[in-house]
Design a protein around this ligand. Structure first.
Ligand code: BT5
Length: 269
């Protein structure tokens, strides 16, 4: 049986709607792109909670068309479809609640503490500093009413990448295998993650902000950072003081002003 094939995953899932339907692909260019193509097709009526998962991406993407690299069969590489009908400002709640769900699932399955580097990096501390063990890519579309109509949440988790095959990346990368020395059941981790994702999505959809729990996980807060707005302004040096209700990062710049970073990159200094 294929480890993450449809038969195996269907019997492992404990969710009501996330992962129903679940589709497995041995190899695709990018699960986010495939899901996007399918919902663009007017005849498509994929429901909220649809999951596309693959064992290999030939064009896996990060933000700003950066690459996401993972050896075949080593990782969790998936996209989840939501139809939130939320105000667009609330879109970032999806990144917040998904990172919480992934962190909680990884902790439950491995016992390792997982932090979040603002805004979309999952981090663990093997021994010599924080390293990136996963990343999230949120892509969405607005309806004519200006609300968030659909959202595709892409998740890449480095589960069993051998140390020698970790990608060379700007933020040093690791995997659960490289950090803990043991290979991890991707099936167990996937089922744990999707269950938490469903619970956390329902709380947020009911109006409960993921922000307090997310703040607890952010390794960025209280630290000296260099923050770059994706808008392209000059980088800001300062102390990351907190986030606002929409998950934007508040940085007290060296100039004394409080800067709000909506989307960007942060380097811990
Ligand atoms: C991310 O972007 O971290 C989002 C990654 C999302 C990947 C998933 S996999 C399923 C779905 N389908 C897709 O096509 N994508 C999503 P960002 O913060 O921009 O980070 C990208 C940077 O991370 C790259 O420029 C590399 O430096 C680094 N990187 C690439 N692969 C990595 C890996 N496996 N582990 C850690 N870092 C990596």
């Amino acid at each position: 049986m294929i480890e993450l094939g449809e038969t195996a995953v269907r019997s492992a899932l404990t969710t009501q709607w996330i992962g129903h339907p679940y589709r497995y692909f041995a190899s695709v260019p990018s699960t986010n792109d495939l899901l996007k193509e399918q919902i663009r097709d007017a005849a498509s009526t994929l429901p909220a909670g649809t999951v596309f998962l693959t064992d290999y991406q030939s064009q896996g993407r990060g933000r700003l068309n950066r690459r996401w690299l993972a050896p075949a069969g080593s990782s969790l590489l998936l996209s989840v479809l939501f139809w939130p009908d939320w105000p667009t400002e609330q879109a970032h709640w999806l990144t917040m609640l998904t990172s919480l769900a992934a962190a909680e699932a990884m902790e439950t399955v491995t016992g390792t503490t997982v932090g979040v580097k603002w805004p979309n990096d999952l981090m663990i501390w093997p021994k010599d500093g924080w390293r990136k063990v996963g990343g999230l890519l949120l892509e969405g579309g607005m309806g004519e009413d200006g609300r968030l109509q659909h959202a595709i949440m892409g998740i890449g988790l480095n589960v069993n990448i051998p140390p020698a095959q970790l990608p060379d990346a700007a933020v040093p990368a690791t995997s659960l295998l490289a950090a803990g020395g043991q290979s991890i059941s991707r099936l167990l981790l996937l089922a744990a993650f999707l269950q938490r994702l469903e619970t956390r999505y329902e709380l947020a959809d009911g109006g409960q902000s993921p922000q307090p729990d997310w703040n607890q996980r952010l390794i960025t807060l209280g630290e000296r950072v260099q923050a770059t707005n994706l808008g392209g302004e000059r980088p800001i040096m300062g102390i990351a003081e907190g986030t606002d209700g929409w998950g934007r990062l508040l940085v007290r710049g060296d100039d004394g002003r409080l800067h709000t970073i909506a989307a960007g990159d942060v380097t811990l200094r």
